[in-house]
Ligand binder design. Structure first.
Ligand code: NAP
Length: 512
C-alpha cells in the first residue's frame, strides 16, 4: 500500500446508528489501518437516541440480544467516532452537505417502512402493521398512540398475523405470554397495562406458502412451544426427504408439533397458537380476513386455487416484512425497496456514496448478519478510496458540519452528555421508579428537553418521572418488601407521596 498517498486523515459520515451503522463504523476503524493513517467517523442519527433496531426492534424479553449496546457504547465513546443525534438526512441536512464535508458517506438507514399487502380492506382500520405493534410495545417515537392504541386488547379474542417470519413470532409471543413476564423488562408501561387486560385467546400465524417455506427460525419456534398454558396447533403435512436442507431441524420440529396437535388437549384457560399454511390474503373485512388457498403448481411456484376461507379476527396484524424509504438525492430501487449497490457502493449516486445493512440488502437477516455486511461495505469503500490517485484537500468533517448546524440552528444531541448522562439515565431512573429495567421516553420533544443542559434538562427529567422535586424512598425499595409473586403493575409504584417519609432528591450535581 502506498503510505504517502494515504497519510492524510479520512473523514467519513455514517448515516444511521442502528446495528448496521455501528458495525460499519467498527469495520471502518479496523480495516482503515491497512490503508490510511487516520480515520474519523461521524455517525448521524435522526433520533435523539442511538441503537436503532436494537432499541426499537428487539423484543423486550430478548435482553441478551441487546448486549451489543455495550460494544456500541464503547465505539461511540472512542476517539475515532463522534455520534450526533437528532439530525435527519433529507430534512435537516442534504446529501450535498455531507458529500462536501466528507471523503465518503455511508447510508445505514435500515428498512423503516412496513411492507403492505395492497389488498382491499387493508386501510379500513381493522388491520395494522407488525411494525406499528412492535413500535407500541417498544415505545418507539414513531408510535403516536402509545397510551391509546387502535387495538382494544380487552375486547379481542382472535388475532390473525399475516406472514410467518420472526417478527410475527415476536408479536405472537407477546400476545400469548402473561403480561407479568414482561413487567420487569423495558417494555412500555402503557403497553404492559393494556396487555395485562388482554382477552386474546388465539393467535393464528398464516403463511402464503407451505411449511417448508416458513420464514421463522427454530429458536423462535421453540420459544412459542415453551409458553406456559399455550397449545400449539399445526395441520399435519407430509415430511419429504429434507436431509440436505439447512432447515431440517426446524421442519422436523414443526412436523412433530403437527403430529401431536390433534391429540393435544385444551385445558380451561389455555390459549392457542395456530400455524396455517397455503393461504394468500385477498381481503380484510370487518371481523376477519379472507384468504385464497394456494398450492405449489411447479417447484417454487405457488398459485391460487380460487377456494376461499375466512378467518375470524378482531385484530389483523400484517407482518410481511419491511422496506426502505427513499432519501432525496439518493438512488432508490422502488421495486425491491432498497438502495441499488455493488457490494455497498451506491449505483447511480454521487462518488463515494455507500450503503450498508438492510438499506443495502433489504430487510433480511439477524443483527449479527449486518456485521458481515458491514465488513463488505467497509472493504469496498476503503479499497476505492485508497485506489484514488489524488484524494485532494483534507475534508473538514464535523468542523464543516458544525458550520451548517449553526447556520441552520439545528438542535443536536451528543452521545455522552445528551444520551448517556441524560436520556439514558432518566429512562433507567424511571424504570427504577416502576420496578422495571427501563422506561423509555416515548416522544422526541421530551427526549430533547431531557437532553438539554442545566436545570431545564433536570426539570424535564423530573417531569418525565412524574416527580416534583421530592419522592418517596419506598419507591426504590418496593422490590425488597413485596414478595416474589407480587405483580409490579406499572403505575402501581408511581403513586408519589403515599409512602410517607418524603425526602429530597440528591443534589443536581449527581443528576443529569
Ligand atoms: P420475513 O422474515 O421476510 O418474513 C416475511 C413474511 O411475510 C414471510 O412469511 C413472507 O412470505 C410473508 N409475506 C411477504 N409478502 C406477503 C404478502 N404479500 N402476502 C402474504 N405474506 C407475505 O420478515 P420479518 O419477519 O419482518 O423479519 C425480517 C428479518 O428480521 C428476518 O431476517 C428475521 O429473521 C429478522 N428478525 C429476527 C428476529 C430474531 O432473531 N429473533 C426477530 C425479528 C426479526 P414469503 O416467504 O412467501 O415471501
Amino acid at each position: 500500500m502506498n503510505q504517502a498517498m494515504n497519510s492524510r486523515a479520512l473523514q467519513v459520515a455514517v448515516v444511521g446508528s442502528g446495528p448496521s451503522g455501528f458495525y460499519l463504523a467498527d469495520a471502518l476503524v479496523k480495516q482503515s489501518k491497512k490503508f490510511f493513517d487516520k480515520v474519523h467517523i461521524d455517525m448521524l442519527e435522526k433520533l435523539p437516541v442511538p441503537f436503532g433496531l436494537v432499541r426499537y426492534g428487539v423484543a423486550p424479553d430478548h435482553p441478551e440480544v441487546k448486549n451489543v449496546e455495550k460494544r456500541f457504547t464503547e465505539l461511540a465513546n472512542s476517539d475515532q467516532i463522534t455520534w450526533l443525534g437528532n439530525l435527519t438526512l433529507g430534512k435537516d441536512l442534504t446529501l450535498k452537505h455531507l458529500t462536501d464535508n466528507y471523503d465518503a458517506v455511508a447510508l445505514a438507514v435500515g428498512s423503516p417502512e412496513p411492507q403492505l399487502l395492497n389488498i382491499p380492506g387493508e386501510h379500513l382500520g381493522y388491520a395494522h402493521s407488525a411494525k406499528s405493534f412492535v413500535d407500541w410495545y417498544n415505545t418507539s417515537p414513531d408510535c403516536f398512540h402509545y397510551k391509546d392504541p387502535p387495538w382494544k386488547l380487552e375486547e379481542i379474542f382472535n388475532v390473525v398475523i399475516i406472514g410467518n417470519g420472526n417478527v410475527s413470532m415476536d408479536v405472537a409471543r407477546i400476545l400469548l405470554t402473561k403480561a407479568e413476564e414482561f413487567a420487569a423488562t423495558d417494555m412500555s408501561a402503557w403497553a404492559l397495562q393494556k396487555l395485562w387486560k388482554s382477552a386474546v385467546k388465539k393467535v393464528t400465524v398464516v403463511g402464503r406458502r407451505g411449511p417448508y417455506q416458513s420464514a421463522f427460525t427454530i429458536k423462535e419456534f421453540r420459544e412459542m412451544l415453551k409458553i406456559p398454558n399455550v397449545v400449539t396447533k399445526v395441520q399435519p403435512f407430509p415430511l419429504v426427504d429434507i436431509a440436505d436442507s439447512p432447515r431440517k431441524r426446524l421442519l422436523g420440529l414443526v412436523h412433530e408439533t403437527a403430529l401431536k396437535s390433534s391429540s393435544t388437549e385444551m385445558t380451561a384457560g389455555s390459549k392457542t397458537f395456530a400455524l396455517e399454511y397455503g393461504l394468500r390474503p385477498v381481503e380484510i373485512v370487518h371481523g376477519g380476513v379472507v384468504f385464497e388457498e394456494t398450492q405449489e403448481t411447479s417447484p417454487g411456484v405457488w398459485e391460487g386455487t380460487k377456494r376461499h376461507r375466512e378467518f375470524p379476527a378482531q385484530l389483523v396484524i400484517v407482518s410481511a416484512g419491511q422496506r426502505g424509504k427513499a432519501i432525496p438525492g439518493v438512488p432508490f430501487d422502488e421495486k425491491q425497496g432498497l438502495i441499488p449497490n455493488d457490494r455497498g457502493a451506491v449505483l447511480g449516486g454521487p462518488r463515494h456514496l455507500y450503503c450498508s445493512g438492510w438499506a443495502k440488502t433489504g430487510a433480511k437477516g439477524v443483527i449479527a448478519t449486518s456485521l458481515a455486511d458491514a465488513n463488505e461495505t467497509a472493504a469496498t469503500m476503503l479499497t476505492r478510496l485508497a485506489a484514488e490517485s489524488d484524494l485532494g484537500e483534507s475534508k473538514p468533517g464535523k468542523f464543516g458540519l458544525a458550520e451548517i448546524i449553526a447556520a441552520r440552528k439545528l438542535e443536536f444531541v451528543t452521545f455522552r452528555n445528551g444520551w448517556e448522562r441524560r436520556i439514558n439515565q432518566t429512562e433507567k431512573w424511571k424504570g427504577q421508579d416502576l420496578g422495571k429495567e427501563r422506561e423509555k421516553i416515548p416522544d422526541i420533544a421530551t427526549m430533547l428537553a431531557v437532553a438539554t443542559v442545566g436545570s431545564i434538562g433536570y426539570q424535564s427529567s423530573c417531569k418525565f418521572r412524574g416527580m416534583s422535586g421530592v419522592r418517596a424512598p419506598g419507591l426504590e425499595y418496593l422490590e425488597d418488601f413485596l414478595d416474589e409473586k407480587t405483580v409490579m403493575l406499572p403505575g402501581f409504584a408511581r403513586t408519589d407521596g403515599i409512602y410517607g417519609n418524603q425526602r429530597k432528591l440528591p443534589s443536581t450535581e449527581s443528576q443529569p
